[in-house]
Design a protein around this ligand. Structure first.
Ligand SMILES: C[S@@+](CC[C@H](N)C(=O)[O-])C[C@H]1O[C@@H](n2cnc3c(N)ncnc32)[C@H](O)[C@@H]1O
Length: 406
């Protein structure tokens, strides 16, 4: 989870209050920065999305591709599956409702992190006797693939490990099943937009030879899609002060959903992430957008701090997800908060374990609070369901369905 237990350090001097990386980590970052600079010298412009893609995913050097611990206490942030197995067990119950209706029940998980969610889902499906054909994982980070393998070898019996298949690309022929992604959309490269009183600009990245730092370089928008987005945004937010209005747009959502629709013959997609409906996302008061960087459990807004050593994210516009899904041939079957999704998927039942001692009970209660309280992960995190050739009402959205907000 990218906000809980995270101190926020923003403003001009944010980088000064962040922990100093080790010399080894700085050298690692320098190699990646040199790569990005070489790219910049060969191309006229470096859009922010390209900088982010290189900072996070350059093989061996990018944040997700490198060998540093990322998720958990020793890393930079913590995610719901790492908070408690209850999160994944609830997701498994929701998945099982769909899988039980399919001739060939498969799961495809995108961005499986350390493999914790896959491990707990497989164990829960076995417990409730929901059979599964394959558990596919699409993971672009070689380092995380290794961490996933370690998790499975440590915690799963061979017959469950044998169900897991890593995919470098999506299958060629359509399959039926459930597609899952927790905190993946927020890690996709996005564009940064800046609205000024008399112009709309796109965020590019430049390199200052004197200070040896990357910097924002805002230029008048020339791209049609971004111009359309900016025009609509200006209508919504009204007059902007001299300080400007900065925000993000993720142009990867629609093509990604199209690729999912192309391979899913029947079943459902469940996406969980932090974000808002478009109305709430692009509020006039949200003048700094939602770009956040995570370094050793501190959140700040400088994406140029030691490239490769920190995560860079933005909240998800769930209206864009719904539109992209609709355009790709999905039905939007549910949208709700993480708290309500978990409640609908069996949270109460899982919170009671007659065999647990008092320490375990307190631990479970604490984990449930973290997953569900509004000022923890309960409200900012949302779940959205997209279905194809599957029309039953979904249990995860039975307590509260917020599709009208999209
Ligand atoms: C914030 S981590 C979340 C990890 C995990 N789902 C969890 O909840 O702990 C983001 C994950 O998404 C992966 N990722 C980002 N973009 C991806 C894409 N287009 N396809 C597959 N994985 C992707 C990253 O490599 C990383 O594993």
């Amino acid at each position: 989870m990218k906000s809980h237990n995270t101190r926020t350090v923003n403003g001009k001097n944010a980088a000064k209050s962040l922990p100093e990386p080790s010399e080894e980590a700085k050298q690692h970052s320098q190699k990646l920065a040199d790569n990005i600079r070489r790219f910049l010298s060969r191309h006229k412009n470096l859009p922010f999305s390209k900088f982010m893609e290189m900072a996070l995913y350059t093989p061996q050097l990018g944040y997700y591709a490198g060998g540093l611990p990322k998720i958990g206490k020793a890393g930079d942030f913590i995610t719901a599956p790492e908070v408690s197995p209850i999160f994944s067990r609830c997701l498994a119950r929701q998945a099982a409702q769909v899988l039980s209706e399919l001739d060939e029940p498969n799961i495809i998980e995108f961005g499986a992190g350390q493999g914790t969610m896959a491990k707990d889902i497989l164990l829960e499906l076995e417990k409730i006797q929901q059979s599964i054909h394959r558990y596919y994982i699409v993971e672009i980070s070689a380092d995380l693939r290794d961490r996933q393998k370690n998790t499975f070898e440590k915690h799963l019996p061979t017959e469950l490990i044998d169900k897991i298949v890593w995919l470098d690309a999506l299958p060629n022929s359509p399959i039926s099943g459930v597609i899952l992604a927790n905190e993946v959309l927020d890690a996709m490269p996005f564009e940064r937009i800046r609205i000024e009183p008399d112009s709309a600009k796109q965020g590019f990245v430049s390199f200052d030879e004197t200070t040896q730092t990357f910097n924002w370089d805002y230029q008048i928008i020339t791209d049609n899609t971004l111009q359309k987005f900016a025009n609509q945004l200006i209508k919504n937010i009204g007059e902007v002060s001299e300080l400007g209005y900065e925000t993000e747009i993720n142009l990867n959502i629609q093509p990604w959903l199209q690729s999912l629709s192309d391979i899913l013959s029947a079943g459902a997609v469940f996406l969980v992430d932090y974000g808002y409906s478009r109305y709430e996302y692009y509020q006039p008061a949200r003048v700094m957008g939602t770009l956040r960087c995570h370094y050793q459990h501190r959140a700040h807004n400088n994406p140029f701090f030691y490239p490769g050593l920190q995560d860079i994210t933005a909240h998800v516009d769930f209206t864009a997800v719904a539109e992209g899904a609709f355009d790709s041939g999905f039905k939007v079957a549910g949208f709700t908060t993480q708290a309500h999704f978990l409640m609908g998927s069996g949270l109460l039942e899982m919170s009671v374990d007659p065999d647990a001692d008092i320490t375990q009970q307190i631990q479970t209660a604490q984990q449930i609070k973290t997953l569900t309280l509004p000022d923890e992960m309960g409200e900012t995190f949302k779940a959205i369901a997209l279905t194809k050739n599957f029309d039953q009402p979904l249990i995860g959205f039975s307590v509260r369905d917020l599709r009208h907000q999209l």
